[in-house]
Design a protein around this ligand. Structure first.
Ligand code: HBI
Length: 359
């Protein structure tokens, strides 16, 4: 297959600003290239990749869609990099079998019907604004099967039960994660230190049970971090910092469990499959992506959201989970190959003619 990927518009590819979706593009392209497919990535200037051929275009980056208010009208810069990327894709479309958009922006969705080479979309977040919800749902209705997402719960967040979406999950390079059989006596929490991640609940349960919780992730909101510790002075939260994969997995592998306390609907939750890959069970609120990742009582526990008592009770039962099952689930469902084959099946279906316009 000859594939053109359109990158996220919030930052140069490889800068990490695009977060989870950069990881998805990186892992997927790595697998497809390895399988002999051609993948080109059109992305903002300054984008870099060790092995994906990149067409880097000048143009203004977009602001984060999740930072606008739900009712805001669509706005984008006059010299938008998204416009530049779509213009390039349109001009070059005959060279490709398929064009896959990874940008969470209005324009690519709107232009779906203008392309002759099928343009399909991997939607990298749940619902964040009415205007984007509208164009995403409209595109999905007119072109069934042309929307791909991480999870069912993410698809449901757009409010249209009839929306036909390819659910693709996620995947990581398991060779980079070392399985640890016997844990030490600490827990881990991984994520941006920000209110939507619910760190105050981890502080509460640490104070209540007297357990040490090592905290990994970008210190996005220092004031929030201070507030969580001030609320629960007895909590034993030890901030470790933000680490690249090699270092992160080496530090979390010996944890007794990963605790996740999301306050928003995570589209997926890559940290959960990173933990499973190390044999670390996951205890999470039954909210968002983790609901479709954790096998309750097998590879971790799903507890009633925002219920500290339930969280504490699950932590008390953590030794019942067999760590080898955690690694086994990661190998079965979240390897690069599993991810790549799910995407290839989606792509092949579109190339074979499914997903044409319903109008
Ligand atoms: N916002 N406007 C816009 N465009 C994107 O491509 C985008 C975004 N917000 C977040 C984001 N992409 C990615 O970081 C997440 O999907 C992971």
């Amino acid at each position: 297959m000859k594939l053109l990927f359109i990158s996220t518009s919030v930052g140069a590819f490889g800068s990490g600003v695009g977060g989870g979706v950069e990881l998805t593009i990186q892992n997927l392209a790595q697998y497809l290239l390895h399988r002999g497919h051609r993948v080109h990535l059109v992305a903002p200037s300054g984008s870099l990749s060790p092995y994906i051929p990149i067409v880097a275009l000048p143009g203004a980056l977009h602001s984060f869609a999740q930072n606008s208010d739900r009712g805001d009208p669509i706005q984008f810069p006059s010299d938008s990099v998204v416009a530049a990327m779509l213009q390039y894709a349109y001009a070059m479309q005959d060279r490709y079998d398929l064009i896959v958009n990874f940008a969470y922006d209005w324009l690519p969705f709107y232009l779906t019907s203008f392309f002759t080479t099928p343009l399909i979309h991997f939607v990298s977040m749940g619902s964040v604004s009415d205007a984007l919800d509208h164009i995403i749902v409209q595109t999905g209705r007119q072109f069934p099967r042309r929307l791909g997402m991480y999870t069912h719960v993410q698809a449901h967040s757009f409010g249209d039960p009839q929306l036909e979406v390819e659910i693709l999950g996620s995947g990581i390079d398991l060779d980079r994660y070392v399985y640890v059989e016997s844990p030490a006596d600490f827990y881990v929490w991984i994520g941006r230190i920000a209110p939507e991640k619910g760190l105050e609940d981890v502080a509460a349960v640490s104070a209540q049970l007297g357990i040490e919780v090592q905290i990994f992730g970008k210190m996005q909101e220092e004031a929030y971090w201070q507030e969580c510790n001030a609320l629960y002075p007895q909590a034993k939260l030890h901030y470790q910092g933000f680490f690249p994969t090699e270092e992160l997995q080496a530090r979390i592998g010996r944890a007794r469990a990963l605790i996740m306390t999301p306050k928003w609907v995570e589209a997926f939750g890559n940290v959960a499959i990173e933990a499973l890959a190390c044999g670390v069970p996951v205890i999470s609120y039954a909210r968002g992506g983790p609901v479709e990742i954790i096998r309750h009582n097998e590879t971790g526990y799903l507890v009633e959201p925002d219920n500290i008592e339930a969280l504490a009770e699950a932590i008390g039962r953590i030794d019942r989970i067999r760590r080898s099952k955690c690694r086994a689930q990661a190998e079965k469902e979240y390897s690069l190959e599993a991810l790549g084959e799910r995407f290839l099946a989606w792509f092949q279906g579109i190339i074979n003619g499914a997903g044409g316009s319903k109008l």
